[in-house]
Design a binder for this molecule. Structure first.
Ligand SMILES: Nc1ncnc2c1ncn2[C@@H]1O[C@H](COP(=O)(O)OP(=O)(O)OP(=O)(O)O)[C@@H](O)[C@H]1O
Ligand SMILES: [Mg+2]
Length: 337
Protein backbone atom coordinates (compact mmCIF):
# COMPACT_ATOMS: atom_id res chain seq x y z
CA UNK A 1 0.00 0.00 0.00
CA UNK A 2 1.25 3.50 -0.87
CA UNK A 3 2.50 5.30 2.23
CA UNK A 4 0.27 8.14 3.37
CA UNK A 5 1.55 11.67 4.01
CA UNK A 6 -0.70 12.83 6.81
CA UNK A 7 -0.65 16.49 7.88
CA UNK A 8 -2.32 17.50 11.11
CA UNK A 9 -3.71 21.02 10.60
CA UNK A 10 -4.49 23.27 13.58
CA UNK A 11 -6.36 26.59 13.33
CA UNK A 12 -7.16 28.85 16.29
CA UNK A 13 -6.62 32.40 15.02
CA UNK A 14 -10.00 33.83 15.99
CA UNK A 15 -13.10 32.17 17.43
CA UNK A 16 -13.09 28.74 15.79
CA UNK A 17 -10.92 25.91 17.05
CA UNK A 18 -10.35 23.64 14.06
CA UNK A 19 -8.32 20.46 13.65
CA UNK A 20 -8.00 18.43 10.49
CA UNK A 21 -5.97 15.61 9.03
CA UNK A 22 -5.17 15.70 5.35
CA UNK A 23 -3.52 12.97 3.27
CA UNK A 24 -1.36 14.61 0.62
CA UNK A 25 -2.71 17.84 -0.86
CA UNK A 26 -6.46 17.30 -0.73
CA UNK A 27 -7.64 13.99 0.68
CA UNK A 28 -9.51 14.94 3.86
CA UNK A 29 -9.30 12.25 6.56
CA UNK A 30 -10.65 14.31 9.47
CA UNK A 31 -12.18 17.77 9.64
CA UNK A 32 -13.43 19.10 12.97
CA UNK A 33 -14.49 22.57 14.07
CA UNK A 34 -15.52 23.68 17.53
CA UNK A 35 -17.33 26.98 17.06
CA UNK A 36 -17.50 29.67 19.76
CA UNK A 37 -20.24 31.65 18.01
CA UNK A 38 -22.80 31.00 20.75
CA UNK A 39 -20.30 32.07 23.46
CA UNK A 40 -19.53 35.42 21.83
CA UNK A 41 -23.01 36.19 20.44
CA UNK A 42 -24.25 37.96 23.62
CA UNK A 43 -21.33 40.41 23.26
CA UNK A 44 -21.99 41.13 19.55
CA UNK A 45 -18.41 40.21 18.60
CA UNK A 46 -15.40 38.14 19.60
CA UNK A 47 -14.07 38.76 23.13
CA UNK A 48 -10.34 37.92 22.79
CA UNK A 49 -9.60 36.70 26.33
CA UNK A 50 -12.72 34.53 26.36
CA UNK A 51 -11.78 33.12 22.93
CA UNK A 52 -8.36 31.95 24.19
CA UNK A 53 -9.91 30.12 27.13
CA UNK A 54 -12.41 28.39 24.87
CA UNK A 55 -9.62 27.31 22.49
CA UNK A 56 -7.75 25.86 25.45
CA UNK A 57 -10.76 23.77 26.48
CA UNK A 58 -11.49 22.55 22.96
CA UNK A 59 -8.15 21.88 21.31
CA UNK A 60 -6.81 18.60 22.78
CA UNK A 61 -10.16 16.77 22.69
CA UNK A 62 -10.45 17.85 19.03
CA UNK A 63 -6.98 16.50 18.23
CA UNK A 64 -7.95 13.16 19.86
CA UNK A 65 -11.17 12.97 17.85
CA UNK A 66 -9.42 13.92 14.61
CA UNK A 67 -6.88 11.11 15.09
CA UNK A 68 -9.71 8.70 15.79
CA UNK A 69 -11.70 9.84 12.71
CA UNK A 70 -8.62 9.41 10.51
CA UNK A 71 -7.89 5.96 11.94
CA UNK A 72 -4.53 7.07 13.34
CA UNK A 73 -3.58 5.01 16.40
CA UNK A 74 0.13 5.86 16.54
CA UNK A 75 0.56 9.55 15.62
CA UNK A 76 4.35 9.51 15.99
CA UNK A 77 4.58 6.81 13.31
CA UNK A 78 1.62 7.67 11.11
CA UNK A 79 1.61 11.50 10.93
CA UNK A 80 4.19 13.23 8.74
CA UNK A 81 3.77 16.93 9.51
CA UNK A 82 2.01 19.40 11.80
CA UNK A 83 0.77 22.66 10.28
CA UNK A 84 -0.53 25.44 12.49
CA UNK A 85 -1.83 28.96 11.95
CA UNK A 86 0.84 31.34 13.27
CA UNK A 87 -0.86 34.61 12.23
CA UNK A 88 -2.50 36.93 11.51
CA UNK A 89 -5.12 36.76 14.26
CA UNK A 90 -5.70 37.33 17.96
CA UNK A 91 -2.48 36.80 19.94
CA UNK A 92 -4.07 34.80 22.78
CA UNK A 93 -5.98 32.58 20.35
CA UNK A 94 -2.95 32.00 18.11
CA UNK A 95 -0.82 31.10 21.13
CA UNK A 96 -3.10 28.21 22.07
CA UNK A 97 -2.80 26.64 18.61
CA UNK A 98 0.93 27.27 18.24
CA UNK A 99 1.85 26.03 21.73
CA UNK A 100 -0.29 22.92 21.24
CA UNK A 101 1.29 22.23 17.84
CA UNK A 102 4.80 22.67 19.26
CA UNK A 103 4.10 20.38 22.20
CA UNK A 104 2.73 17.68 19.88
CA UNK A 105 5.62 18.10 17.41
CA UNK A 106 8.12 17.64 20.20
CA UNK A 107 6.30 14.69 21.73
CA UNK A 108 5.84 12.86 18.44
CA UNK A 109 9.15 14.03 16.85
CA UNK A 110 7.36 15.53 13.84
CA UNK A 111 8.29 18.51 11.66
CA UNK A 112 6.19 21.63 12.23
CA UNK A 113 5.32 24.50 9.89
CA UNK A 114 3.69 27.80 10.88
CA UNK A 115 1.12 28.81 8.26
CA UNK A 116 -0.15 32.26 7.34
CA UNK A 117 -3.93 32.22 7.91
CA UNK A 118 -4.57 34.12 4.66
CA UNK A 119 -2.51 31.65 2.65
CA UNK A 120 -4.66 29.04 4.37
CA UNK A 121 -7.82 30.71 3.05
CA UNK A 122 -6.30 30.70 -0.43
CA UNK A 123 -5.57 26.97 -0.13
CA UNK A 124 -9.26 26.21 0.45
CA UNK A 125 -9.40 26.58 -3.34
CA UNK A 126 -6.51 24.17 -3.91
CA UNK A 127 -8.28 21.50 -1.84
CA UNK A 128 -11.54 22.03 -3.73
CA UNK A 129 -10.08 22.28 -7.25
CA UNK A 130 -7.26 19.95 -8.37
CA UNK A 131 -7.09 21.89 -11.66
CA UNK A 132 -6.27 25.26 -10.04
CA UNK A 133 -2.74 26.07 -11.18
CA UNK A 134 -0.98 29.44 -10.73
CA UNK A 135 -0.95 32.11 -11.89
CA UNK A 136 -4.38 33.16 -10.62
CA UNK A 137 -6.07 36.03 -8.84
CA UNK A 138 -7.58 35.43 -5.41
CA UNK A 139 -10.03 37.71 -3.63
CA UNK A 140 -9.53 37.08 0.08
CA UNK A 141 -12.59 38.47 1.75
CA UNK A 142 -13.14 37.72 5.42
CA UNK A 143 -13.87 39.12 8.86
CA UNK A 144 -10.50 40.86 9.13
CA UNK A 145 -9.26 41.15 5.53
CA UNK A 146 -10.33 42.25 2.09
CA UNK A 147 -7.57 42.01 -0.46
CA UNK A 148 -6.86 40.90 -3.99
CA UNK A 149 -3.79 38.74 -4.32
CA UNK A 150 -1.95 37.72 -7.45
CA UNK A 151 -0.65 34.17 -6.90
CA UNK A 152 2.19 33.92 -9.41
CA UNK A 153 3.02 30.58 -7.88
CA UNK A 154 2.27 28.85 -4.59
CA UNK A 155 4.28 30.78 -2.03
CA UNK A 156 4.85 33.68 -4.43
CA UNK A 157 2.17 36.29 -3.93
CA UNK A 158 1.79 39.97 -4.65
CA UNK A 159 -0.83 42.35 -3.37
CA UNK A 160 -2.94 43.98 -6.08
CA UNK A 161 -5.13 45.93 -3.66
CA UNK A 162 -6.73 45.95 -0.23
CA UNK A 163 -9.28 47.73 1.91
CA UNK A 164 -8.51 51.20 3.19
CA UNK A 165 -10.72 50.78 6.25
CA UNK A 166 -13.16 48.02 7.23
CA UNK A 167 -12.98 44.49 5.89
CA UNK A 168 -16.11 43.36 4.02
CA UNK A 169 -17.00 40.81 6.72
CA UNK A 170 -16.58 43.47 9.37
CA UNK A 171 -18.98 45.73 7.44
CA UNK A 172 -21.52 42.88 7.27
CA UNK A 173 -21.17 42.29 11.01
CA UNK A 174 -21.50 46.00 11.87
CA UNK A 175 -24.52 46.53 9.62
CA UNK A 176 -26.17 43.44 11.14
CA UNK A 177 -25.49 44.86 14.59
CA UNK A 178 -27.09 48.20 13.79
CA UNK A 179 -30.11 46.38 12.34
CA UNK A 180 -30.29 44.29 15.54
CA UNK A 181 -29.76 41.01 13.67
CA UNK A 182 -27.22 39.16 15.80
CA UNK A 183 -23.70 37.86 15.31
CA UNK A 184 -22.05 36.94 12.99
CA UNK A 185 -24.01 39.19 10.67
CA UNK A 186 -22.79 37.97 7.27
CA UNK A 187 -24.86 34.80 6.98
CA UNK A 188 -27.96 36.51 8.48
CA UNK A 189 -27.84 39.46 6.07
CA UNK A 190 -27.12 37.07 3.19
CA UNK A 191 -30.26 35.02 3.82
CA UNK A 192 -32.49 38.08 4.49
CA UNK A 193 -31.14 39.78 1.35
CA UNK A 194 -32.71 37.07 -0.77
CA UNK A 195 -36.14 37.97 0.59
CA UNK A 196 -35.78 41.72 0.05
CA UNK A 197 -35.79 44.26 -2.77
CA UNK A 198 -32.24 45.30 -3.62
CA UNK A 199 -33.49 48.43 -5.39
CA UNK A 200 -35.34 49.73 -2.30
CA UNK A 201 -32.38 51.84 -1.13
CA UNK A 202 -29.65 53.32 -3.26
CA UNK A 203 -26.50 52.82 -1.21
CA UNK A 204 -23.16 54.07 -2.57
CA UNK A 205 -20.80 51.57 -4.19
CA UNK A 206 -17.46 52.57 -2.66
CA UNK A 207 -14.69 53.55 -5.12
CA UNK A 208 -16.77 52.40 -8.09
CA UNK A 209 -15.54 55.12 -10.44
CA UNK A 210 -11.88 54.93 -9.36
CA UNK A 211 -9.40 52.88 -11.39
CA UNK A 212 -7.49 52.01 -8.26
CA UNK A 213 -7.71 48.46 -6.93
CA UNK A 214 -8.83 49.29 -3.41
CA UNK A 215 -11.86 48.85 -1.20
CA UNK A 216 -13.60 51.00 1.38
CA UNK A 217 -16.62 49.87 3.36
CA UNK A 218 -16.91 52.49 6.10
CA UNK A 219 -18.93 54.93 3.92
CA UNK A 220 -21.36 52.19 2.88
CA UNK A 221 -21.84 51.21 6.52
CA UNK A 222 -22.49 54.87 7.45
CA UNK A 223 -25.00 55.20 4.58
CA UNK A 224 -26.98 52.28 6.06
CA UNK A 225 -26.76 53.93 9.49
CA UNK A 226 -28.21 57.21 8.15
CA UNK A 227 -31.01 55.40 6.30
CA UNK A 228 -31.93 53.56 9.52
CA UNK A 229 -31.83 56.81 11.54
CA UNK A 230 -34.05 58.50 9.00
CA UNK A 231 -36.62 55.67 9.07
CA UNK A 232 -36.60 55.63 12.87
CA UNK A 233 -37.16 59.40 13.04
CA UNK A 234 -40.21 58.92 10.80
CA UNK A 235 -41.33 56.09 13.14
CA UNK A 236 -41.45 53.72 10.16
CA UNK A 237 -40.98 49.97 10.77
CA UNK A 238 -37.55 49.06 9.43
CA UNK A 239 -37.84 47.16 6.12
CA UNK A 240 -35.06 44.83 7.24
CA UNK A 241 -35.00 42.52 4.22
CA UNK A 242 -34.92 45.49 1.81
CA UNK A 243 -32.10 47.14 3.78
CA UNK A 244 -30.14 43.85 3.71
CA UNK A 245 -30.75 43.33 -0.01
CA UNK A 246 -29.74 46.91 -0.87
CA UNK A 247 -26.61 46.73 1.32
CA UNK A 248 -25.63 43.36 -0.15
CA UNK A 249 -26.09 44.67 -3.70
CA UNK A 250 -23.68 47.56 -3.02
CA UNK A 251 -21.16 45.37 -1.14
CA UNK A 252 -21.06 42.70 -3.85
CA UNK A 253 -20.77 45.33 -6.55
CA UNK A 254 -17.87 46.98 -4.67
CA UNK A 255 -16.05 43.63 -4.55
CA UNK A 256 -16.84 42.62 -8.13
CA UNK A 257 -15.83 45.98 -9.63
CA UNK A 258 -12.33 45.62 -8.22
CA UNK A 259 -11.94 41.96 -9.17
CA UNK A 260 -12.92 43.01 -12.70
CA UNK A 261 -10.27 45.71 -12.57
CA UNK A 262 -7.65 43.20 -11.35
CA UNK A 263 -8.50 40.90 -14.28
CA UNK A 264 -8.20 43.86 -16.66
CA UNK A 265 -4.84 45.00 -15.25
CA UNK A 266 -3.21 41.54 -15.09
CA UNK A 267 -4.92 39.91 -18.06
CA UNK A 268 -5.40 36.84 -15.85
CA UNK A 269 -8.91 35.41 -16.05
CA UNK A 270 -8.41 32.67 -13.50
CA UNK A 271 -10.19 33.99 -10.41
CA UNK A 272 -10.53 32.33 -6.98
CA UNK A 273 -12.28 33.60 -3.86
CA UNK A 274 -11.80 32.66 -0.24
CA UNK A 275 -12.49 33.76 3.34
CA UNK A 276 -15.80 33.90 5.22
CA UNK A 277 -17.51 36.38 2.89
CA UNK A 278 -16.77 34.04 -0.03
CA UNK A 279 -19.66 31.99 1.41
CA UNK A 280 -21.96 34.87 0.40
CA UNK A 281 -24.55 33.78 -2.12
CA UNK A 282 -24.73 37.19 -3.80
CA UNK A 283 -20.96 37.21 -4.40
CA UNK A 284 -20.86 33.57 -5.53
CA UNK A 285 -23.73 34.18 -7.99
CA UNK A 286 -22.07 37.32 -9.37
CA UNK A 287 -18.83 35.39 -9.98
CA UNK A 288 -20.61 32.46 -11.54
CA UNK A 289 -22.14 34.82 -14.08
CA UNK A 290 -18.64 35.61 -15.40
CA UNK A 291 -18.72 33.11 -18.25
CA UNK A 292 -15.45 34.27 -19.82
CA UNK A 293 -13.50 33.78 -16.56
CA UNK A 294 -12.30 30.54 -15.07
CA UNK A 295 -13.83 30.86 -11.61
CA UNK A 296 -12.90 28.85 -8.49
CA UNK A 297 -15.22 28.92 -5.49
CA UNK A 298 -14.65 26.63 -2.49
CA UNK A 299 -17.64 25.01 -0.75
CA UNK A 300 -19.13 27.47 1.77
CA UNK A 301 -17.93 25.40 4.75
CA UNK A 302 -14.29 25.80 3.60
CA UNK A 303 -14.66 29.58 3.16
CA UNK A 304 -14.90 30.31 6.88
CA UNK A 305 -12.04 29.25 9.17
CA UNK A 306 -11.19 25.54 9.07
CA UNK A 307 -8.26 23.21 9.68
CA UNK A 308 -8.25 21.62 6.21
CA UNK A 309 -7.06 24.82 4.55
CA UNK A 310 -4.21 25.12 7.10
CA UNK A 311 -3.11 21.51 6.60
CA UNK A 312 -3.23 22.02 2.81
CA UNK A 313 -1.09 25.17 2.96
CA UNK A 314 1.34 23.45 5.35
CA UNK A 315 1.70 20.39 3.11
CA UNK A 316 2.37 22.57 0.06
CA UNK A 317 4.85 24.77 1.93
CA UNK A 318 6.70 21.77 3.36
CA UNK A 319 6.97 20.23 -0.11
CA UNK A 320 8.45 23.56 -1.27
CA UNK A 321 11.09 23.23 1.44
CA UNK A 322 9.64 25.38 4.20
CA UNK A 323 9.94 24.29 7.81
CA UNK A 324 9.62 25.93 11.22
CA UNK A 325 11.14 24.86 14.51
CA UNK A 326 10.21 24.92 18.17
CA UNK A 327 11.03 28.65 18.31
CA UNK A 328 7.92 29.27 16.19
CA UNK A 329 6.15 32.33 17.62
CA UNK A 330 2.74 33.64 16.60
CA UNK A 331 2.65 36.96 14.76
CA UNK A 332 -0.80 38.61 15.16
CA UNK A 333 -0.17 40.96 12.22
CA UNK A 334 1.74 38.69 9.83
CA UNK A 335 0.95 39.98 6.33
CA UNK A 336 0.66 37.48 3.47
CA UNK A 337 2.57 39.84 1.20
N1 LIG B 1 -22.79 34.20 3.80
C1 LIG B 1 -22.03 35.21 4.21
N2 LIG B 1 -22.17 36.44 3.67
C2 LIG B 1 -21.38 37.47 4.08
N3 LIG B 1 -20.48 37.36 5.04
C3 LIG B 1 -20.31 36.16 5.61
C4 LIG B 1 -21.06 35.03 5.23
N4 LIG B 1 -20.65 33.97 6.00
C5 LIG B 1 -19.70 34.44 6.82
N5 LIG B 1 -19.50 35.76 6.60
C6 LIG B 1 -18.58 36.66 7.30
O1 LIG B 1 -17.29 36.11 7.27
C7 LIG B 1 -16.56 36.52 8.44
C8 LIG B 1 -15.89 35.33 9.07
O2 LIG B 1 -14.97 34.84 8.14
P1 LIG B 1 -13.62 34.17 8.58
O3 LIG B 1 -13.98 33.05 9.48
O4 LIG B 1 -12.80 33.86 7.42
O5 LIG B 1 -13.04 35.48 9.28
P2 LIG B 1 -11.96 35.62 10.38
O6 LIG B 1 -11.15 34.40 10.45
O7 LIG B 1 -12.69 36.13 11.57
O8 LIG B 1 -11.10 36.78 9.76
P3 LIG B 1 -9.68 36.63 9.01
O9 LIG B 1 -9.74 35.41 8.18
O10 LIG B 1 -9.59 37.87 8.22
O11 LIG B 1 -8.68 36.54 10.11
C9 LIG B 1 -17.57 37.21 9.35
O12 LIG B 1 -17.39 38.60 9.23
C10 LIG B 1 -18.91 36.78 8.77
O13 LIG B 1 -19.95 37.71 8.98
MG1 LIG C 1 -10.39 33.57 8.56
Amino acid sequence: MERRFLTLGIESSCDDTAVSILDGQRDVKADLISSQIKDHAPFGGVVPEFASRKHLEAILPLVDRALENAGVSDPAQELSLIGVTAGPGLMGSLLVGVMTAKALAQTWHLPILGVNHLEGHLFANVVASPDLEPPFICLIVSGGHTEIILAEDFGNYSLLGATRDDAAGEAYDKVAKLLGLGYPGGPIIDSLAHKGNSEAFSFPVPLRSSDEIAFSFSGLKTAVLWAVKDLKEKSVDLPIADLCASFQKAAVEALMTKVERAVEVTGIRKVAISGGVAANRGLRNALQRKKDWNVFIPPAIRCTDNGVMIAAAAYNGYKRGLISDLFLTPNPSWPLV
